[in-house]
Design a protein around this ligand. Structure first.
Ligand code: PRX
Length: 643
């Protein structure tokens, strides 16, 4: 714990949208008169029919939460059309290629035309309001264009991260019932090619519902095209009209589905709707990043994750910002790439993940010092707890002591940032996400669901709906209610643990459920386990997270082989490769321990608490093992722990 305080510099407070006093006022207003507060904030986006109703529903019963219900709008209009008169020629997207010699500027006018062309193509393929379209693209402008083109015609997009395997892609396409897939020939990352179309072809063998595949040309690599299903994105868009009337959507009509991992079962399709999400994206992007017109803003996430949705595409574009999209990786061609890009495009606001900071820290300060970074004004962090050591390095080395750091806590489910410093208002403590944004009412509950007051540690929950929250699990509302609202009645349970200190600051301690966070990517232990047991030589598997210097958490798998199979280094490699193939590289176990037996209670439940401790090498405090069916199993596992 690092309690050093970094006060807000007076010049930062003076220039900011929100200083400490204004934050107090806004927060108080959001609690005392939430409807009035959100009625005003709703005006920040473009409505066709402005809403008169604000919030209906709460966290009880069937959890039917609705915001701005009688309003109508089109999300793409807030992001594009309304900017054309004033800033049509301003750059909307700076695209920086994997190749450091290639970049592209896309103005708001260009982007509008590209979105309209694709929207017309989708319409010509018969895509209608409410249809689902899957987007499986690398970090290219077409990804943002595809999302906005869906929004324009009222289709619901579901973006699948380009690093997911064919099976993972197929599962999402099937669950969402997608009719169309937008993909690319190949992606590029760190000088290497990613075979997106080939993966898509493999996935589509299991997806007869997909009628059309649009293939964008990214590398120009040769790929198989299956007629009449597959079509050239580029050719169809070139022939389409650059004007397309936006479809009028109700505020609660779905905007997108994004799959995310939970403690149990298959990934869930978090469904976000239009009005509330757009208000939240714009509100949080403007205030947390203190965005001012003309600034260059860069979020390094991938559009396949929620951070890319809200803070590369919808939030910045709703606010008329210039948003940078980066195709590559932090280490290519070398470890100073991020800072070279900052200098090249004069980036003012930079938002990344702790895992990237930690991996760059390992390379030392020289790659950072070789660049100026003079344009930087604000730094951000997202995706996992940032350890104070990484925070201090980010602040001192990257930000030259000059730039505040916003440590933003949120989730796929929350749609946008909920707990974060505001740069002009909040004194910083390294490692703390600090205070809730206006409209956010976090509480800490004990195991019995009692609200704890003052300084306390426990389960992080939210007490009141906020506009950006997910509305349901696509196709499975009971699962939504069960997952988030059944543990603590009347509250949204985040799955995270948190400590609140005497100043009211929140310190997120990490997941308290069976979700692990590997390099800021969420992974359900159950998903990795089911991939492992699908291998013919595996009888049983238990997967836990363990502390990892760079990734935050690594994946530790205990594997029991089927009778007659012998452990070997070869088999270990085979299992790692198997999981990569089944789910994707991000799910590959860092350690596999051969486990002749797993610690189980007499009723057969695996005691993960013990497995977590062994993986973390905390074998002194294993706690009570007397309830185990066979306590001897534990001794064996401790002795053979993988180092
Ligand atoms: O455990 C928290 C962690 O990431 C989880 C949400 O993951 P995902 O839905 O993939 O969204 C990631 C991008 C918002 C949370 O339950 N998390 C996210 N941000 C932070 C964090 N943990 C600590 N500090 C953060 N700033």
């Amino acid at each position: 714990m690092h309690e050093e305080l970094f006060p807000v510099k007076p010049e930062v407070a003076a220039a900011a949208h929100i200083n400490a006093e204004k934050y107090q006022q806004l927060y108080a207003a959001s609690v005392s008169d939430p409807d009035g507060f959100w009625a005003t904030e709703a005006k920040r986006i473009a409505w066709i029919k402005p809403p008169t109703q604000i919030l209906s529903g709460d966290f009880t019963g069937d959890v039917q939460v609705k915001w701005f219900e009688d309003g109508t709008l089109n999300a793409s209009v807030s992001c594009l059309d309304r900017h054309l008169a004033e800033r049509g020629d301003q750059v909307a997207i700076i695209w920086e290629s994997d190749d450091p010699n290639v970049h592209e500027h896309v103005t708001y006018r260009d982007l509008h035309a590209r979105v309209c062309r694709l929207a017309n193509v989708l319409k010509s393929l018969g895509v209608q309001k409410g249809d689902r379209v899957c987007i499986y693209l690398p970090m290219v402008v077409e990804a943002a264009v595809s999302m906005l083109a869906c929004a324009r015609i009222g289709a619901i997009h579901t973006v699948v991260f380009g690093g997911f395997s064919p099976d993972s892609l197929a599962g999402r396409i099937q669950d969402a019932g997608c009719r169309v897939l937008i993909t690319a020939d190949e992606g590029r990352r760190g000088g290497r090619k990613v075979a997106l179309k080939a993966n898509a072809d493999a996935a589509l063998k299991q997806c007869p519902g997909v009628e059309h595949v649009l293939v964008a040309s990214v590398t120009g690599g040769k790929v198989e095209m299956t007629a009449p299903r597959d079509k050239s994105y580029n050719e169809l868009c070139a022939a389409a009209s650059p004007e397309c009337e936006p479809v009028e959507m109700a505020a609660e009509d779905p905007l997108f589905i994004l799959y995310t991992s939970g403690s149990t079962g298959k990934p869930k399709g978090a469904l976000h709707t239009t009005g509330g999400y757009m208000v939240w994206a714009s509100f949080t992007h403007q205030y947390v990043f203190d965005y001012k017109p003309g600034e260059i803003y860069w979020c390094t996430a991938d559009v396949g994750w929620v951070t890319g949705h809200t803070y590369i595409v919808y939030g910045p574009l709703a606010n008329g910002a210039t948003t940078l999209m980066f195709e590559g990786v932090p280490s290519y061609p070398d470890a100073s790439r991020f800072w070279q890009v900052v200098d090249k495009h004069k980036v003012n606001i930079f938002y990344t993940a702790p895992t990237a900071i930690r991996s760059l820290m390992r390379e030392g300060e020289a790659p950072v010092h070789s660049t100026s970074r003079a344009s930087l004004r604000l730094l951000g962090s997202v995706g996992e707890p940032i350890n104070p050591e990484a925070w201090l390095w980010y602040h001192r080395v990257v930000g030259d002591h000059r730039c505040p750091i916003v440590d933003t806590w949120w989730q796929t489910e929350t749609g946008g940032i909920l707990i974060s410093p505001l740069p002009g208002a909040t004194p910083l403590k390294p490692g703390s996400a600090t205070l809730p944004l206006p409209g956010v009412q976090p509480v800490i509950l004990d195991a019995d669901g009692r609200e704890l007051e003052g300084a306390a540690e426990g389960n992080l929950c939210l007490k009141r709906p906020w506009p950006g929250m997910m509305r349901t699990v696509f196709g499975d509302h009971p699962r939504f209610v069960q997952t988030y609202f059944s543990t603590f009645k009347g509250y949204y349970f985040t799955g995270d643990g948190a400590r609140r200190d005497a100043d009211g600051y929140y310190w997120i301690t990490g997941r308290v459920d069976d979700v692990i966070n590997v390099s800021g990517h969420r992974m359900g232990t159950a998903e990795v386990e089911s991939a492992l047991v699908a291998h013919p030589k595996v009888a049983e598997a238990a997967v836990v997270g363990f502390p990892h210097d760079i990734k935050g958490q690594g994946i530790y798998a205990y594997v029991t082989l089927t009778a007659g199979e012998e452990p070997s280094e070869e088999l270990r490699k085979e299992l790692v490769a198997w999981v990569r193939k089944e789910i994707g590289p991000i799910a590959a176990p860092d350690a596999i321990q051969w486990a002749p037996g797993l610690p189980k209670t007499r009723s057969g439940k695996i005691m993960r608490r013990i497995l977590r401790k062994i993986a973390a090498n905390e074998t002194d405090g294993l706690g009570d093992t007397s309830t185990l069916a066979d306590p001897g199993v534990v001794t064996e596992l401790v002795e053979n722990r993988v180092r």
